[in-house]
Design a binder for this molecule. Structure first.
Ligand SMILES: Cc1cc2nc3c(=O)[nH]c(=O)nc-3n(C[C@H](O)[C@H](O)[C@H](O)COP(=O)(O)OP(=O)(O)OC[C@H]3O[C@@H](n4cnc5c(N)ncnc54)[C@H](O)[C@@H]3O)c2cc1C
Length: 458
């Protein structure tokens, strides 16, 4: 083996977390090697955020075409052209993929294609060579999980990855898991014409969201004909010549063409030499402190590999934080409650800050205001039901914003500014919201919390 090639930073994994870290470090004048075994952009670009949002947009177009008469437009929905759906999605991915490769190239990051393995506290072996870094950043991401005894065959029993390349539309699907990925893909399947049943062990869809948001989503899904079984465990699945038979712990059985397993994602850490080099790994995830430092000095971990929010923008932020920390800039730790969360189903569910339950757990005395989108003309034009709920500390700042509605996700940016700047409802109430926009629902909730409601029926 030849002498190690040395860099200031070696990043293992070129997904959202890894490439963001590489770009920021290069910007700060560091020499960076980025090792990737598949495609730069990782899960988010190739198997996650971007392809699913492209599918959801095709789904929205399908629904709008079906509903066109309600808007006085004559259009006929003839069906879903799957190759066309994939071509649209792939065009977006390819463009963004080229873009990120170009960014890395012009930043001077050395991209090494190959499977890396940690062989020393600061050494990664790839393609038979040792790449050494004064600092190493682990960013190997995550992969779909399954349940014990539940075998993914890629045909009848599938994960989100198979949905993204499906070559036929199932007539019926059971979605195991009512978290973000399960809910988004259930939404796509329904818009594409499938019968959909979601099975969720916890009492609500999107169980980590504010309960009232989950309930609004459930109501909207019921109206769309999406069925769900809540608070019940999956027991088993049998595949048949025509599909699957799923049994639940309450004795109910369901038949469908496919079972989509969306029970979460596990970190990619096994067999990569992390523990052998002294990196503490718990239940598959690398343990880090608030600067993403692992148990080994000079070794950091970011993104889905660590037990923080499994979101691309959380990964970006962690990657940037690590690059800045290594460069001696002393960045502030991330307040994960201040990271916005969006589920891009129809309707969308978005939130930032604390749920009311979390606020009470922290001992906060809170007040709440719900503004129903029925009172928001732009939402009525878009044909959506839903609500904006604001939670504030009594006589204090806003601590949570929770929203449900078609296209409402874009509004989370305002919620995020309000939460992270610890704004008082009375301060936000001073700001004039453009009319007619969905953002007025945020303004109305703040006006009401500030004691001067405008379009609110008592
Ligand atoms: C269906 C789906 C939809 C999603 N939608 C959203 C969304 O809308 N918004 C959002 O914010 N998040 C979304 N996510 C989550 C988001 O994709 C992840 O949080 C994000 O990709 C994590 O980034 P990462 O860099 O930690 O890991 P990854 O993106 O998984 O990247 C890790 C990279 O490391 C590489 N790698 C692994 N091991 C090695 C090795 N030994 N050697 C070399 N390379 C290696 C992998 O090939 C991969 O490219 C979605 C995820 C899924 C699955």
């Amino acid at each position: 083996m030849s002498n190690p090639v040395a860099y200031d930073i070696v990043v293992l994994g070129g997904g959202s977390g890894g490439y963001a870290c590489a770009l920021r470090a290069a910007e700060l004048g560091k020499s960076v090697a980025l090792i990737e075994r598949d495609k730069i952009g990782g899960t988010c670009l190739h198997r996650g955020c971007i392809p699913t949002k492209a599918l959801l947009h095709s789904a929205e177009v399908a629904d709008e075409t079906r509903e066109s008469e309600a808007y006085g437009v004559k259009a006929r929905f003839e069906g879903i052209d799957l190759p066309g759906v994939h071509a649209f999605k792939d065009k977006i991915i390819t463009r963004a993929w080229k873009g990120v490769q170009g960014l890395l190239k012009s930043a001077g990051v050395t991209v090494i294609e190959g499977e890396g393995r940690m062989v020393g506290p600061r050494q990664i072996q790839v393609n038979g060579e040792i790449v050494e870094g004064a600092n190493v950043v682990l960013a190997t991401g995550s992969a779909p999980k399954s349940l014990p005894g539940l075998e993914i065959d890629g045909s009848r029993v599938i994960t989100s990855e198979h949905v993204l390349t499906m070559d036929r539309l199932p007539a019926s699907v059971i979605v195991l898991g009512g978290g973000v990925i399960g809910v988004e893909l259930a939404s796509v399947y329904r818009s594409f014409g499938a019968e959909v049943t979601i099975v969720e062990a916890l009492p609500h869809l999107l169980p980590t969201e504010e309960e009232s948001s989950s309930k609004l989503l459930e109501r909207a899904f019921r109206r769309r004909g999406i069925k769900f079984e809540l608070g019940v465990f999956f027991e088993g699945v049998k595949t048949t010549d025509t599909g699957v038979v799923v049994t639940l712990a309450n004795g109910k059985t369901f038949e469908a063409d496919q079972l989509l397993v969306a029970v979460g994602r596990g970190s990619v850490s096994a067999g990569l030499g992390f523990e052998e080099q002294g990196v503490t790994v718990e239940r598959g995830s690398v343990v880090v402190d608030d600067r993403c430092r692992t148990s080994v000095p000079g070794v950091y971990a970011i993104g889905d590999l660590i037990p923080t929010l499994q979101l691309a923008h959380a990964g970006f932020a962690e990657g940037i934080l690590v690059a800045e920390h290594i460069a001696g800039l002393d960045p502030a730790p991330i307040d994960y409650a201040g990271v916005p969360r969006i589920t891009y189903s129809d309707p969308e569910v978005a939130s930032v800050g604390l749920t009311s339950a979390q606020a009470r757990e922290r001992g906060l005395e809170i007040v709440e205001q719900v503004y129903d989108l029925a009172g928001n003309p732009k939402s009525q034009i878009l044909g959506t039901a839903g609500a904006v709920k604001v939670i504030a500390q009594k006589d204090g700042p806003v601590v949570g914003v929770h929203m449900v509605g078609r296209r409402i996700g874009e509004l989370v940016t305002e919620g995020q500014l309000i939460y992270n700047w610890e704004a008082l409802p009375s301060e936000v109430a001073q700001l004039i919201h453009a009319h007619p926009t969905q953002s007025e629902a945020v303004g109305e909730a703040m006006l009401a919390l500030a004691g001067k409601p405008l379009h609110v029926h008592n």
